[in-house]
Design a protein around this ligand. Structure first.
Ligand code: SAM
Length: 181
């Protein structure tokens, strides 16, 4: 009985922490909400990624990774040993993703950070699904520090200051955009 209460308490606490963090990030920081990329989008993103022909050891970041859908699909479908790094700010989302990845015995490395406050200069490819305001801030950061020739694949949102090298229409108003930095 005490165990049920304890587990219930942990779950309720995690949900409350999630709601507070999500509210704070959306209202006061303008950060993107926790919504996962659709499977159709992920499949196309992986297809575009594979065309890049990146080799073993390339550093691939999912910026604002949530459950790390892009990295998980990449790990599952590729034979190449990439360096896979997911960055997530919300503690409860990060913890849940870590739990899932350890159950899957995944090689993906998760970091709990604000990607606007960490170095991204070693990234060879970035995947993200954010929002317009956050893409504008990310663009300024990438202009300063991204490797020349690194690739960013964006679900839906433009990267201001860059022209996409590819724009794939996936629905009435849904696009996947590939940028060369
Ligand atoms: C729309 S979801 C996308 C999740 C996942 N990448 C996908 O495509 O399924 C955006 C995620 O980015 C996270 N996020 C937003 N701003 C962030 C920031 N500055 N640093 C790290 N994570 C952030 C949110 O908490 C959320 O989990």
């Amino acid at each position: 009985m005490i165990w049920f209460l304890l587990i219930g308490l942990i779950i309720v606490s995690l949900v409350l922490i999630f709601l507070v963090e999500e509210f704070f990030n959306l209202m006061f920081k303008g950060y993107a909400p926790v919504v996962s990329s659709k499977n159709k989008v992920l499949s196309e993103a992986i297809k575009q990624f594979n065309e890049l022909g990146l080799v073993d050891g390339a550093k691939i970041y999912e910026l604002g990774c949530g459950q790390a859908g892009f990295l998980r699909k990449l790990e599952k479908t590729s034979q190449v040993k990439y360096n896979l790094i997911g960055v997530e700010l919300i503690a409860s989302v990060y913890l849940l993703a870590r739990l899932q990845l350890s159950l899957l015995r995944s090689r993906i490395k998760l970091v709990r950070k604000d990607f606007l406050k960490m170095s991204l200069k070693d990234g060879d490819c970035f995947y993200c699904y954010l929002n317009a305001a956050l893409m504008a801030r990310l663009s300024l950061k990438l202009k300063q520090e991204a490797k020349s020739g690194a690739i960013l694949i964006s679900n839906q949102f433009h990267l201001p200051g860059y022209e996409p090298i590819k724009e794939i229409k996936l629905g009435l108003t849904n696009y996947l955009r590939v940028y060369k930095l």
